[in-house]
Design a protein around this ligand. Structure first.
Ligand code: MCN
Length: 793
């Protein structure tokens, strides 16, 4: 697009209200469960009540005889039909050059169950009630086995192995960085700060639980799968090529309106395959709705790291080297992108915003008797930020530097910057983010606020987190070299209609991020029209040419960039048509504000005239140019984007009850060029709530003795609510990304990445006068109160 000043085009930077909200706010959205097909049956899954057990036998006879039942299937049926297991999309090669252990992941348990909630039998009946009643009649004879749900138990030599293919429950040992250089730097350190911490396990909980309809059409021998999913083309590719052995064109995957995903709907799940497979066997459509209790049991969970780390500093508080060992819980089976999370998406971020010359990270990944663990909003980057910003804050406390000073002394200030852990940051301004955050937060007023709290018998503290993340996932060649088994490009098709309005087909998927508005802003600004003239279509392999979907805050930077590339082609062709209409040379035609002009003349034609001419080519260079105005582009970036910022949290704590109240929260983020400030703010708000939720409330707990999921409902798993938060203060710094044509950096995960350490650092700052030196998330009242009592003892 050459010299276009994208950031200053009309509609860029405008807080347009979301086009999609009319249907969402009036109940007119169409989610998977709203879809009713003819001849549709209902599926229910019988799930394992054991964390680990051998299946001795399954008696399906009573269920098969129950009213309305049309099919009852188990792992033997799946094996008989040669339906493959669920694949893992990322191959990690260990420190010895060996591939990770990749045990089978059957869609219905075969021989053994490996976590509470594991899929054992699928019952299909005419109604949901009949399916539920029949599921009660399935008799499974189990021989219980010892289980390990915590990585520290699963790695013990005496632990019972989940899989024959993974002795000792070990999946891989992986490392990055130069261990020798790190050790040498530690030998010269003036000070070493050490930390042990746990990144608590989380359950994603999107508003709409997963839902699936598998349907089969005998006439065309083809399938349609409706699924609440974030990347329908990836779902189709995995389902057809890797599991069912079907040609891709025989399966259409539609992800209609999706009520949130947060990562949990990236994956190909067992239910998706079971329903597609059974739809053909029973020649019907089958629906399954995950209820909330099932979602707790069997959606992919997030986080769950146990880490020891050490930071070496010189006498001036400059970081010399950082070394980390993490044990990561992968759950019972490898979910689609699970193996990349504690490695590529975690360890490569451990330089953070700092010019630490040497970083060495070692990760051991383990199988446990829990639900699979995979990417959840932030995926690896919250774990990296939490670790780094906790140890940086601790180093400040130990060396007597202020939180501000230790960060400033170590910030990277020159770009591009090559970190010792593979990534190359293109742009950023970390000191400016910190300074702006201090100002917006009114850090100068903290002493007075502390005194006011003390007068009420409360303690107050402030915590910092200066995060950086890599998102806009891409580039395919780097991802491939690191083990990705798929590409990470994006595709966009721009279809200009004869009357000049536009439909865009994007491979990105919107499930709350407002793409129908922001992508329309991008297209309208380029073509000089109102955003109401542009419709965005996503989520349907039958309509969108191809796509890699939405995760890793990639949609605007990769999906939007693909659309920009298609617009480049539209503009180039439209200029030729305009040149013909104005009897000028293509090279002299300029396009701006929806009009084509000829340099140095007053000749002009509008975009609408050109569009009409493309489809009514009466006066048209048919000898040189095809009619029509419809272009597709694929875009594969050369680097990630690197959003960064500083978050400051201020808490007030009642030492008598341990209750933590977030009094102020300031987030200053750099997302490069911003398309829609209101949508970006909404994204940051949502991310902050998830991050602060992790820091203060959320925790998925399995009982270490029995392997049962203790937090199996909202009665036990504390979800944050609006009244748990103050109004957030947000600010922005803009250093445009240099590797995509929009200059954007992803914003969808930043809040969840930056906020948890700011909260815990604030809690520790507040509790320091009471002698508390350490605390793991979540800082629940019970934990805080107990820590205060232990410090007193
Ligand atoms: N945007 C913008 N200017 C920028 C960056 C982004 O205007 N500089 C806009 C985009 O055009 C888009 C939105 O902000 O409308 C988010 O863009 P982006 O950062 O590209 O993230 P994605 O659209 O790829 O969304 C994915 C991200 C992730 S990884 C998770 S997890 C997440 C999230 O978004 N899940 C969400 N936000 C969510 N929001 C809702 N409501 N529901 C989820 O499940």
């Amino acid at each position: 697009m050459g010299a276009i000043d994208f950031a200053n085009l009309p509609h860029i930077g405008e807080s347009l209200l979301r086009k999609e909200d009319y249907r969402f706010l009036t109940g007119a959205g169409q989610y998977t469960d709203d879809i009713v097909l003819a001849n549709m049956r209902q599926a229910v899954f019988v799930r394992s009540p054991h964390a680990h057990a051998r299946i001795v036998g399954i008696d399906k006879s009573a269920a098969l005889a129950a009213p309305g039942v049309v099919g009852v299937f188990d792992g033997e049926d799946v094996a008989a039909d040669k339906i493959g297991g669920l694949p893992c999309g990322w191959l990690i090669t260990d420190t010895q050059g060996q591939p990770m252990k990749e045990p089978p992941h059957p869609i219905l348990a075969h021989g053994k169950v490996r976590y509470v909630g594991d899929h054992v039998v699928m019952v299909v009946a005419e109604t949901l009630e009949q399916a539920k009643n029949a599921a009660e009649l399935v008799v499974v004879d189990y021989e219980a086995l010892p289980a390990a749900v915590d990585v520290r138990d699963a790695m013990k030599p005496a632990a019972t192995a989940l899989h024959d293919a993974a002795p000792g429950n070990h999946c891989y040992k992986w490392s990055i960085g130069d261990q020798g250089q790190v050790d040498a730097a530690f030998a010269n350190a003036a000070h070493v700060t050490k930390i042990d911490l746990i990144n608590n396990r989380l359950v994603p909980n999107p508003m709409e639980p997963r839902a699936v309809i598998g349907s089969y059409n005998r006439a065309g021998d083809d399938y349609t799968l409706y699924v609440s999913n974030q990347n329908p083309h990836v779902e189709r590719l995995l389902l057809t090529a890797f599991v069912m052995g079907l040609p891709e064109h025989k399966v259409r995957v539609i992800a209609p309106d999706v009520g949130g995903g947060f990562g949990a709907k990236i994956y190909l799940y067992a239910e998706d395959v079971c329903l597609t497979w059974a739809a053909k066997k029973l020649n019907c459509a089958i629906k399954w709705n995950c209820d909330r209790s099932e979602a707790f049991l069997c959606d992919a969970h997030g986080r769950d790291h146990v880490t020891h780390a050490e930071m070496a500093l010189d006498k001036d508080g400059k970081f010399l080297a950082f070394k980390v060992h993490t044990d990561a819980n992968l759950g019972a089976y490898l979910s689609t992108f699970s193996t990349a999370v504690p490695t590529i998406l975690y360890a490569t971020l451990l330089a953070g915003q700092y010019a630490t010359p040497q970083v060495y990270v070692e990760v051991d990944a383990w199988f446990t008797n829990t639900a699979p663990v995979d990417a959840y909003r932030g995926a690896g980057r919250p774990e990296a930020t939490y670790l780094l910003e906790r140890i940086v804050s601790r180093a400040a406390w130990e060396t007597g530097l202020s939180q501000d000073e230790i960060r400033r002394r170590n910030f990277i200030t020159e770009f591009p910057y090559q970190t010792p852990v593979a990534l190359q940051y293109d742009t950023g301004d970390f000191p400016q983010c910190l300074q702006k955050a201090n100002e917006l937060h009114d850090i100068a007023g903290l002493p007075a606020r502390k005194a006011a709290s003390a007068a009420k018998g409360l303690v107050r503290g402030v915590g910092y987190s200066s995060y950086i993340e890599a998102c806009g996932l891409a580039p395919s060649n780097i991802a491939g070299a690191l083990g990705a088994r798929a590409g990470l490009f994006e595709c966009g098709e721009v279809r200009v209609h004869p009357t000049g309005s536009v439909t865009v087909f994007t491979g990105s998927h919107s499930h709350g991020q407002g793409h129908e508005t922001t992508f329309a802003q991008v297209v309208a600004s380029r073509l000089g029209m109102d955003p109401s003239m542009v419709d965005i279509v996503h989520g349907d392999t039958g309509r969108v040419p191809f796509g890699m979907g939405t995760y890793g805050s990639r949609s605007i930077s990769v999906g939007g960039a693909a659309i920009m590339r298609a617009l480049d082609k539209i503009e180039a062709k439209a200029k030729k048509i305009a040149a013909h209409l104005m009897e000028a040379s293509d090279a002299d035609v300029e396009f701006a504000g929806g009009e084509f002009t000829v340099k140095g003349t007053d000749k002009k034609v509008t975009f609408g005239q050109v569009a009409l001419t493309a489809y009514v080519p009466h006066n048209y260079p048919l000898d040189k140019l095809e009619p029509g105005l419809n272009e597709t582009a694929f875009y594969d970036p050369t680097n990630f984007t690197y959003p960064a910022g500083t978050h400051i949290c201020e808490v007030e704590i009642d030492p008598n009850t341990g209750v933590v109240r977030v009094d102020r929260f300031t987030a200053v983020d750099d997302f490069g060029t911003i398309i829609n400030p209101m949508i970006v703010e909404g994204q940051v708000h949502g991310g902050l709530v998830q991050g602060i939720g992790q820091a203060l409330m959320e925790q998925c707990v399995y009982d270490r003795e029995t392997g049962q999921l203790v937090t199996g409902s909202f009665m036990d798993y504390a979800m944050p609510r609006a009244d748990d938060f103050p109004d957030f203060t947000l600010g922005h710094v803009c250093t445009p990304c240099t590797t995509n044509p929009l200059g954007t950096k992803g914003c969808g995960e930043a809040g969840a990445i930056g906020s948890p350490p700011a909260v815990i650092n604030a809690v520790l700052d507040a509790l320091a006068p009471l002698g508390v030196k350490d605390l793991d998330m979540p800082a629940s009242p019970n934990r805080v109160w107990t820590a205060i009592q232990n410090a007193k003892a």
